[in-house]
Design a protein around this ligand. Structure first.
Ligand SMILES: Cc1cc2nc3c(=O)[nH]c(=O)nc-3n(C[C@H](O)[C@H](O)[C@H](O)COP(=O)(O)OP(=O)(O)OC[C@H]3O[C@@H](n4cnc5c(N)ncnc54)[C@H](O)[C@@H]3O)c2cc1C
Length: 437
């Protein structure tokens, strides 16, 4: 049975999906919405979107997500909370001459998903060789060794921290309540009466009752729903930046978002901070608990066990810079971090009621590292779920038991390389530090 519009609904987590859910429930007429987050302000440093920018593009191997991403791009351009934060700089995707066949195959499949689509066709051009790529980024001075790929006009990036802040303000101004902070906003457990979840407890010891609880904790979801950890794994990728001068920042203004499938990706520099963000492409790193096997991010950001990037990732990023902007290739990397997301074996989201809770808990998880672009529309899918009372799409349903058979990271078609565990990375880093002493 659909719930009434004044039913108290609690959204746990004010990341990309929690905030989108609040905005769309509001638009659907819900009047009693409260969002809880452990961070004292939004954007939260615990959100996967707590940084400068994220790629917004619609090419996918699966046309289902292509269609959704097109809707999202439309909303990035029309929804007042999001329009200032979307930048359609275009998107260059490439493989170098040394790319493994898996990377080339993924590029071809992604291109095929949009190449003949009327929405994209006029804005797509296949590219081969240095001069073709320099038509779109004349600032390249590197060799672009045997690059092949394409340019897609209908894509770019969104400023992720600014989008979170804007969505927060948009929702708060329209009456959504926010409870923030490590004491009042951090949820420590769900409370059940029989099978039904009746609310939750926050770190200050308060119990809050809630008719419907929506768990939107990103990579942290299994801390409240342990069985989620069997199919949605906390995994991290590296992020690093180069600090540019004003002139350098001006030079690179307006470059397309660029994704070199065998190395990594970057964006035009952020004009406010003049930081140039880079991410290596890879499998990513898990943090499994020795007893349960469930991977969760380290509980605290500070002190920072994760504010570094592994050597292999640094090597990839320096190679990416030698290929493109060699003048930047030996600059120090600042603001390095590992950033956590919720990963499923087939990269499918989970947008569903938790089974056996009498429709009292909804779980939003499994963004699989491609969920930010959907922020302007994501909440619509939660509204639909609530209206229907069940998730008809099998791909977004809750999964029972362990899915994926161990560490599936390397099997995902769009990821190249080898995965590792955070503990191994920290030990390797400590060995390097000791060797230097
Ligand atoms: C390095 C990296 C690059 C990415 N690049 C892209 C990209 O280019 N394009 C794209 O579309 N997507 C990208 N993503 C994925 C994107 O960031 C995620 O899909 C998106 O942020 C998921 O949103 P979420 O709301 O599920 O989780 P999050 O945004 O992580 O939010 C979770 C929230 O839960 C809160 N929280 C955690 N524990 C508690 C608790 N106990 N109590 C209360 N609150 C709590 C946190 O503070 C946080 O605000 C990338 C992810 C990473 C890590």
């Amino acid at each position: 049975m659909p719930i009434s519009k004044d039913t108290p609904i609690s959204i746990l987590g004010s990341g990309a999906w929690g905030l989108s859910t609040a905005i769309h429930l509001l638009a659907a007429g819900h009047t009693n919405l409260t969002v809880y987050d452990r961070s004292p302000e939004i954007p939260s440093p615990y959100s996967a979107a707590y940084d400068l920018n994220k790629i917004v593009r619609a090419e996918y191997e699966d046309p289902f997500y292509t269609r959704l991403a097109l809707q999202a791009i439309h909303a990035w351009k029309t929804h007042p909370a999001f329009t200032p934060h979307y930048h359609q700089t275009g998107y260059v995707v490439a493989c170098t001459g040394r790319a493994p066949p898996k990377a080339v195959e993924h590029l071809e499949k992604a291109l095929a998903s949009i190449e003949q689509d009327p929405a994209f066709k006029a804005g797509i051009r296949r590219l081969e060789g240095r001069e073709a790529f320099r038509d779109y980024t004349w600032q390249y001075t590197g060799p672009l060794s045997q690059w092949k790929g394409y340019y897609n006009r209908l894509a770019g990036y969104a400023h992720s921290s600014d989008s979170l802040r804007s969505a927060w303000e948009f929702a708060a101004r329209r009456g959504v309540k926010f409870v923030l902070g490590e004491e009042a906003g951090r949820v420590t457990k769900l409370v059940y009466s029989g099978k039904k979840c009746t609310g939750f407890v926050t770190a200050d010891g308060q119990t809050h009752s809630s008719a419907l609880t929506i768990v939107a904790l990103g990579a942290h979801g299994a801390s409240l729903l342990p069985s989620l950890g069997k199919f949605s794994v906390a995994r991290s990728w590296s992020v690093a930046h180069v600090q540019l001068t004003e002139e350098e920042c001006n030079l690179l203004r307006g470059i397309p978002t660029t994704n070199v499938r065998d190395l990594g990706f970057f964006f035009e520099p952020d004009p406010k901070t003049r930081l140039f963000k880079l991410c290596p492409l890879g499998i990513g790193y898990t943090n499994p608990d020795a007893k349960t096997g469930i991977s969760l991010p380290p509980p605290d950001r500070l002190p920072p066990p994760q504010d570094f990037i592994p050597y292999e990732d640094e090597k990839k990023l320096r190679q990416l810079l030698r290929e493109t902007f060699p003048w930047m290739a030996s600059r120090p990397f600042v603001d390095q971090k590992l950033c956590w997301f919720a990963d499923t074996a087939d990269s499918e989201y989970c947008i569903d009621y938790v089974p056996g809770t009498e429709n009292s808990v909804i779980c939003l998880s499994g963004d699989s590292g491609h969920g930010f672009k959907m922020m302007p529309v994501f909440g619509e899918w939660v509204v639909e779920l609530i209206q229907r009372g069940k998730q008809p799409l099998e791909r977004w349903q809750w999964r029972e038991g362990s899915v994926g058979g161990g560490d599936w990271g390397e099997k995902v078609s769009w990821r190249i390389g080898k995965g590792a565990e955070l503990g191994e990375l920290i030990r390797a880093k400590e060995r390097v530090v000791r060797a230097r002493l």
